[in-house]
Design a protein around this ligand. Structure first.
Ligand SMILES: *Cc1c(COP(=O)(O)O)cnc(C)c1O
Length: 375
């Protein structure tokens, strides 16, 4: 059997877990949390990163930091994860869903400007499969209209756009360390703050609305309730596990890219004869080998292929369902323009087994079976 995912395990996780246990400091913001945050700040060149309990919580924090209030609007691609939209609905925003580009499955930047109203406050984008949105165009629109850009970079840790790391280009970036992502601690995330003006408030929101961080640094003599907030900081155990992977990030990234390239080269002949469509990487993007998907002709063909591969011990899966036509999407949002690609393209996506350490011979097996199906 070839599973769809095996959570990343780099080797030093147990060692660091034991160290964290020995330190007798298990709550948040200890040594390993600092090490992880320092890793992001140094290696991804961002001014500030804070570990969170999930990417969902990083998105929740970003909606609070964006000061979203009842009646505001947030522009979001319909092809996204529920948390991407839910964070803004929780603050009272109406979601304006946009169509995607069929080549990257990312928000169609050309549709953004037409969707802006007097109520728009934020553009929330997803770098699907670790492939960058068209950031120059998006940042230009946001700056001209005075809007914030929040990057849902859950899948995009270490990916780049024109040499800059995804998550560090907009005003705020959000990462995920869920077990399906490139680097994991089971459940976890990070919020990347690319502007100093968010630093102080983010610390408070993350610490139950208290100024505890300031108090520990000796900057204030009382630790009090100062703002709204919640418990968004992970335990040191999660941070220790994650650090074991971050210190090996280059090795993990290289391995994933080689799996990706192997799939691409082996499947190219099938694309050339018109059976499947492969992913396309824009020139300005350096991706992180987060996933490999193919596109089938349509939903029916995809369902048959998933079944066929499963029968031969190969686990594959589809991905996001359009948000605008979901139960919550209908209630909390509206679609701007026409759904030309979101529904149609999402029905064609089939994600192949992909994980750190996936063997070349297993990639070969998967591709052989896919070829067998089309024969
Ligand atoms: C995985 C994912 C999330 C959610 O991440 P969690 O850490 O599980 O909360 C959000 N957005 C996107 C695009 C994702 O892929």
């Amino acid at each position: 059997m070839i599973p769809f995912n095996i959570p990343t395990h780099a080797g030093n996780e147990e060692k660091y877990l034991k160290q964290a246990m020995k330190n007798r400091k298990l709550s948040g913001d200890g040594l390993f949390t600092k090490k992880c945050q320092g890793w992001f700040e140094k290696n991804l060149q961002c001014p500030k990163a804070l570990l969170t309990t999930s990417c969902t919580h990083a998105l929740d924090m970003s909606a609070i930091l964006a000061e979203i209030k009842e009646g505001d609007e947030a522009i979001i691609p319909s092809y996204a994860f529920p948390s991407t939209a839910s964070a803004f609905v929780l603050r009272g925003a109406k979601i304006v869903f946009l169509d995607i580009r069929p080549d990257t499955m990312n928000i169609d930047e050309k549709k953004i400007e037409g969707a802006i109203t007097g109520k728009t406050r934020a553009i929330v984008i997803v770098h699907y499969a670790g492939i960058s949105c068209e950031m120059d165009a998006i940042m230009d629109i946001a700056r001209r209209h005075g809007l914030l850009v929040i990057e849902d970079a859950a899948q995009a840790v270490m990916s780049k756009y024109k040499g800059r790391f995804l998550g560090t280009i907009g005003d705020i970036g959000c990462y995920s360390f869920h077990e399906t992502k490139n680097f994991t601690c089971g459940e976890g995330g990070a919020i990347v703050l690319n502007s100093k003006r968010f630093f102080e408030r983010a610390e408070i929101i993350r610490e139950k609305g208290t100024n505890r961080a300031k108090y520990f640094r000796g900057e204030v003599d009382k630790y009090t309730w100062s703002d709204i907030g919640s418990s968004y900081l992970p335990s040191e155990l999660n941070a220790a596990y994650l650090y074991g992977q971050l210190e090996m990030a280059d090795k993990i990234n290289k391995d994933r890219l080689s799996v990706w390239n192997s799939y691409y080269q082996r499947l190219k002949p099938l694309e050339n004869i018109g059976c499947v469509e492969l992913m396309s990487i824009p020139e300005d993007c350096e991706h992180n080998g987060h996933m490999f998907y193919i596109k089938t002709k349509d939903l029916g063909e995809r369902t048959r292929l998933i079944k066929y591969l499963k029968k031969h011990g190969i686990m594959t899966t589809f991905h996001f369902l359009p948000l605008h036509s979901s139960t919550a999407g209908l209630k909390f949002g509206r679609f701007h323009g026409k759904d030309r690609f979101t529904t149609k393209e999402s029905e064609r996506i089939l994600r192949l087994p992909f994980y750190y350490g996936l063997k070349e011979k297993d990639v070969e097996k998967v591709v052989k079976r896919i070829s067998g199906f089309y024969r």
